[in-house]
Design a protein around this ligand. Structure first.
Ligand code: HEC
Length: 209
């Protein structure tokens, strides 16, 4: 009985402390204030285990070295990833400098552990890091094409990269819809505005006369 009471009191005290910690604002969420070494190690383990468990039942397609898949991945990569992860021969970018954690240079690490883990990270993203979940806008085949490309990336010369991405365009089924939307919306608004201005002019004329 006594042990139970002590346990309950301890748990309540810990909860109150946790609430006080949150409410006090002591924790600094700023991206330019690095984690302590302990927090960093904890977060790293949390991420590694989370990814490992979830990527466990994935299997990479046998065609990862397929030239067409790699080329399509290159097109996606040059459109969406280079600002944060760089490209062969490219310099540091301004967005990279301010991100915390800093995005790894995929040009150097390529596929860090396994194609399946890389696939999972690209598809689902990583919470509170700036790494987006590309699976919300891209199907699995597009994500595997990125994996296929990243596999080649560390050994790729700037010239080969330029060749692969010259004039290439990744397939984006949703993009056309957005464009046509913008095209039908904008002119209507413009012509309404023009009409309004026109009326205004007439009004002024009437007053002058
Ligand atoms: C806005 C910046 C940003 C963009 C754009 C971005 N990423 Fe990331 N990415 C990150 C950050 C930050 C991390 C590191 C997350 C961490 O440390 O937990 C990361 C991690 C990764 C990793 C894990 C690398 C490893 O092995 O540790 C892969 C793979 C990756 N990104 C691929 C991509 C691909 C492919 C694209 C484009 C489709 C992309 N990223 C676009 C910010 C970005």
């Amino acid at each position: 009985m006594k042990a139970l009471r002590l346990t309950v009191i301890t748990i309540v005290a810990l909860l109150v402390l946790a609430a006080a910690f949150v409410y006090s604002g002591i924790f600094n969420v700023a991206a330019d204030a690095p984690h302590s070494a302990l927090t960093e190690r904890l977060l790293n383990s949390l991420r590694e285990r989370s990814i490992a468990v979830r990527a466990d039942d994935l299997t990479a397609p046998p065609s990862l070295d397929d030239a067409k898949l790699i080329a399509n991945g290159a097109a996606h990569y040059s459109e969406m990833c280079t600002g944060c992860h760089l490209a062969p021969g490219s310099q540091e970018t301004e967005i990279r400098a301010g991100l915390y954690p800093k995005p790894p240079k995929l040009t150097e690490i390529g596929i860090r552990e396994s194609p399946e883990k890389t696939f999972w990270v690209i598809k689902h993203g990583i919470k509170m890091t700036g790494m987006p979940a590309w699976g919300t806008t891209h199907d699995d085949e597009a994500v595997w094409s990125l994996v296929a490309f990243i596999k080649q990336l560390p050994a790729m010369s700037p010239a080969t990269y330029a060749e692969l991405t010259a004039g290439s365009e990744a397939e984006h089924s949703h993009e056309e819809d957005e464009h046509s939307h913008a095209n039908t919306g904008a002119p209507d608004q413009d012509s309404e505005k023009e009409e309004a201005e026109h009326h205004h002019d007439h009004g002024n004329h009437d007053h002058a006369n």
